[in-house]
Design a protein around this ligand. Structure first.
Ligand code: ADP
Ligand code: GLC
Length: 477
């Protein structure tokens, strides 16, 4: 169950995972169905879409359950509730004013409630052996299953980002179709409010998050974001599994968005993508300076204010920067201003552009991910696959997926990028400087690129690890 799923609807990495993991599980013999809201345009992307059930009272209006299949063969179930999801403007979470939809508690309670009804055999004819929840938007399912009278299948919650907790005023409790006891201290109650995520953390049979390092970090007071006590109490059910990437979508040899396909064996062709991107963005067409890129939500999490402060290090080496992102207005403005004051050297694109993000990955030499915290991170994995060396903060999944090009790692041929710690502008500047120095040594840079491109980043390992979780849950019953 998920609130977004590539290619149907995407705002970030959750969609990539929700779209790719079920496909990776299929060859392992797992029959999956992905339940998500019928946002505008989603149903039209499915083949064989048909209504499975009518749901007359779906938190304020009539709705239904629709099933269909994506072009990739993903089996999808949609919660069709026009009063909650069919909005002409805005996105999955935010209205056109950039603020949360005021009825998000009802929207995601409805999604969670339908999931629970399917799992309990009350809606449709298919019942899952395991219910897999992703993030707070589906976590309330755990509360519906926990308080149900009928026996419920086991459940697993994957936490993609502990910063998003689905917190609402306790006064809304009456609207959620749960018994009063569900809002006690050992239920949804969360520092005086109620939290959807807490239902999942409290009542799911197992918990996972998207990297081993993040799994350790969230048990600490500093990074537990208010949940560390509860997570420590459930630590024996918590596992960190690093995300994979969809290698059919992210493959420089077959990527339809690129000017020139390439691979580890045909690395020189990447230069055409660099030149094409420089032309597209109005940067000086130069091969002799490194082109760094950023593809990101522009929020405090992602640490891009640190990059603004570290720009002197980048300018000092004559390097170029291309930014693609959207988010906080203040950060957007700063990067726009940077591009205006450094024409030909810095280019900023504000907005969300899937094809352009592929051309960034192919055309840039390195990708900067200076996150203050990062549960897994996918753009550094795409960077590895595209030979676009990641420059990353040593936190969460970034720490687990990039091997720093220090002297020993270079000598042993295992380096795949650059890490910095502590996460501040000085250390980021030094990492950028190290990247520029390595870039100047073409052969050494290419060795690291080839190593990065051949590193295993697909879903194979993670899909096996999730299957292991499912099997443990089933065998316990
Ligand atoms: P998060 O989910 O925290 O935003 P991830 O690194 O896990 O971070 O995933 C981000 C995903 O969103 C990646 O697929 C990335 O390419 C994509 N993305 C982020 N910003 C943009 C943008 N402005 N345009 C296109 N794709 C973007
Ligand atoms: C979240 C995290 C990100 C992770 C993604 C997919 O959005 O912020 O680190 O890669 O989920 O798991």
């Amino acid at each position: 169950m998920t609130s977004e799923c590539y290619p149907l609807v995407k705002t970030g990495g959750l969609a990539d995972v929700a779209g790719a993991l079920p496909l990776a599980l299929q060859p392992l013999g797992v029959d999956t169905k992905v339940l998500l809201p019928a946002y505008p345009g989603v149903r039209d992307q499915l083949t064989g879409a048909r209504k499975l059930a009518t749901l007359p009272d779906l938190f304020g209006g009539p709705g239904g359950l629709v099933s269909g299949t994506t072009a990739d063969g993903l089996h999808v179930l949609l919660v069709d509730a026009p009063h909650l999801f069919a909005r002409k403007t805005g996105g999955p979470y935010l209205g056109p004013d950039g603020l949360d939809w005021p009825d998000n508690h009802l929207r995601f309670a409805a999604l969670s409630w339908v999931g629970a009804q399917i799992a309990l055999g009350e809606v449709g004819t298919w019942r899952p052996d395991v219910v897999h929840l992703h993030d707070w938007q589906t976590a309330l399912t755990a509360a519906y299953l926990h308080t149900a009278k009928a026996p419920a299948p086991p459940s697993l919650l994957t936490i993609h980002n502990l910063a998003f907790q689905g917190v609402f005023p306790m006064a809304l409790a009456d609207t959620l179709r749960l018994p009063k006891t569900a809002f006690d201290y050992d239920g949804l109650e969360y520092w005086g409010n109620l939290s959807f995520l807490k239902a999942g953390v409290q009542w799911c049979d197992r918990l996972t998050t998207v990297s081993p390092t993040y799994a350790r970090e969230i048990l600490t007071h500093d990074q537990g974001m208010g949940f560390d006590g509860l997570l420590r109490a459930r630590a024996n059910t918590l596992t960190g599994i690093v995300n994979g990437i969809d290698e059919a979508v992210w493959n420089p040899a077959t990527d339809p968005y690129l000017a020139s396909p390439y691979s580890a064996r045909r690395l020189p062709s990447k230069a055409f993508d660099k030149a094409a991107l420089q032309v597209e963005l109005g940067l000086h067409v130069r091969t002799d300076v490194p082109l760094f890129c950023v593809i990101s939500r522009l929020t405090t999490q992602k640490g891009l204010d640190l990059l603004l402060d570290a720009m002197p290090a980048l300018h000092a080496r004559g390097a170029q920067l291309a930014v693609l992102g959207n988010g906080d207005a203040a950060i957007q403005d700063e990067f726009m201003r940077l591009a205006e004051t450094h024409p030909g050297q810095v280019a900023t694109t504000i907005g969300y552009h899937e094809p352009l993000s592929h051309r960034f990955q192919a055309g840039a030499d390195a990708i900067i991910v200076p996150s203050r915290f990062e549960p897994c991170g996918l753009t550094q994995l795409y960077g590895l696959r595209y030979g676009t060396l990641p420059v990353v903060a040593r936190v969460g999944g970034l720490a687990d997926t990039v091997i720093d090009a220090n002297e020993a790692a270079l000598r042993d041929g295992v380096a795949t990028g650059f890490q910095f710690s502590p996460v501040d502008a000085v250390q980021l500047g030094m990492a950028i400087d190290r990247a520029c120095t390595l870039f100047a040594d073409t052969l050494a840079w290419q060795r690291v690129q080839k190593r990065a491109m051949t590193r295993e980043v697909g879903w194979g390992i993670a899909a096996g690890a999730y299957l292991d979780q499912y099997e443990r849950l089933i065998s316990r019953r």
